[in-house]
Design a protein around this ligand. Structure first.
Ligand SMILES: *Cc1c(COP(=O)(O)O)cnc(C)c1O
Length: 380
């Protein structure tokens, strides 16, 4: 019998109260594109929120990462150190610039890049005469990595630190926003992120030249001239004024969205407290996670079934759940890239499951998830 229960999504868009009014404003002034006053305002409001001097609104987080890579002036074969536990969008821009990712494993404490292993990797690359051109640090699933020791390693060796905070808007590290510590930071407003413009991204930095250059590259690298004049390779990476209007509305409700996602996680934690074999992604002591996604690990022996059995049981109930990111060093597209460690990420992938986590989930939706997971636990 086909399942007629409404689908519970992993993380679906959740509009607040102001987006439609702001978009209507853009329509009323016919300021649909290109750029426009909402783009300028969104950049200013966003920079103020994350605590950087500047921000450039772009078509995606991937575009923001790509422009960060361009700023590094990478040469073919240059190396960029990246975490292995992430989404492929972190890594692809390294390859757009013909550079090579070198992967570093994560730590148990935060699921983010392990600081000691990064220091080891950097020293080893330097010893081999392959000084890394940058470190890309990802803040995974709404939780900041341990930035201080990683930034210290980068500073000690004069290596730029780029932060991929696409999943961590609203999180804190010692009270500050991840993405505001390195040379630049990247955010995403893709449809499943904590706030969305349907699609979009932001590059943030305290470096005025970097942001100015990113805006220039993102608008086809048009030189100041009355005719179309180009002395550099350009891209079409700017955000439209309509989407910036949505972003401004979304930014106003960010704190509510963080609270709702953290509350989801609390519901799951309480519900599964007495279920053997389930452990949650830890919240590290250095800051506040947004719990963008509630992630857990399922120990197949203690629980009595592995995470894929649980995922399929949820799917049978029309509930969307996803395995934790498959590590990049296991991806065919990145085959042959050097990797430091990898075992922690591999185990998190094998056992890890992301539960429905949207800020618009209703108590009934969460209850359906809980009941479905517990039903698998009882089967054994
Ligand atoms: C979503 C995401 C990106 C890419 O952002 P887009 O706006 O979808 O291009 C990059 N890195 C991570 C870790 C992400 O989760």
């Amino acid at each position: 019998m086909p399942n007629t229960k409404p689908r519970v999504y992993l993380s679906s868009p959740h509009m607040g109260g102001d987006e439609l009014r702001l978009v209507t404003e853009a329509f009323a002034s016919n300021w649909i594109a290109p750029l426009g006053p909402h783009v300028d305002a969104f950049e200013q409001e966003f920079a103020a929120r994350v605590g950087t001097a500047y921000a450039a609104a772009l078509s995606s987080g991937t575009a923001a990462l790509h422009l960060a890579m361009r700023w590094l002036n990478l040469q073919p074969g240059d190396e960029v150190i990246c975490p292995t536990l992430t989404f492929s969008a972190t890594i692809n821009p390294v390859l757009y610039e013909r550079a090579r990712p070198v992967f570093v494993d994560c730590e148990e404490q935060s699921w983010n890049m392990a600081p000691a292993l990064l220091a080891e990797a950097v020293e080893d690359r330097i010893k081999r005469g392959r000084r890394p051109k940058a470190v890309i640090l990802v803040h995974i699933y709404g939780q900041s990595a341990d930035i201080a020791p990683i930034a210290a390693t980068c500073a000690r060796h004069g290596i730029p630190l780029i932060e991929d905070a696409a999943e961590a808007l609203g999180a804190t590290y010692g009270g500050r926003a991840p993405g505001s510590f390195g040379l630049c930071g990247v955010h995403s407003f893709n449809g499943n992120k904590i706030i969305t413009t349907s699609g979009g991204g932001m590059l943030v930095s305290n470096n005025a030249q970097l942001i100015e250059k990113a805006r220039y590259w993102a608008t086809q690298a048009r030189d100041p001239a009355p005719h179309y004049q180009h002395s550099e390779l350009g891209f079409n990476y700017r955000m439209s004024n309509v989407l910036a209007a949505i972003g401004r509305g979304q930014l106003r409700v960010l704190d509510e969205r963080v609270r709702a996602r953290r509350a989801n996680c609390e519901v799951y934690r309480r519900a599964f407290a007495d279920v053997p074999g389930i452990t949650f992604m830890p919240e590290a002591p250095w800051g506040r996670s947004t719990r963008w996604l509630t992630c857990l690990q399922i120990d197949p022996i203690a629980f009595g079934a592995d995470r894929e059995v649980v995922r399929l049981a949820l799917e049978a109930e029309n509930i969307e759940a996803r395995p934790v990111w498959k590590p990049m060093h296991l991806q065919p597209v990145f085959a042959g890239c050097e990797t430091y460690g990898g075992g922690v990420a591999e185990r998190l992938f094998e056992r890890g499951l992301c539960l429905p986590s949207g800020s618009n989930l209703q108590p009934m939706d969460l209850e359906r998830v809980v009941v479905a997971v517990k039903a698998v636990a009882k089967r054994r």
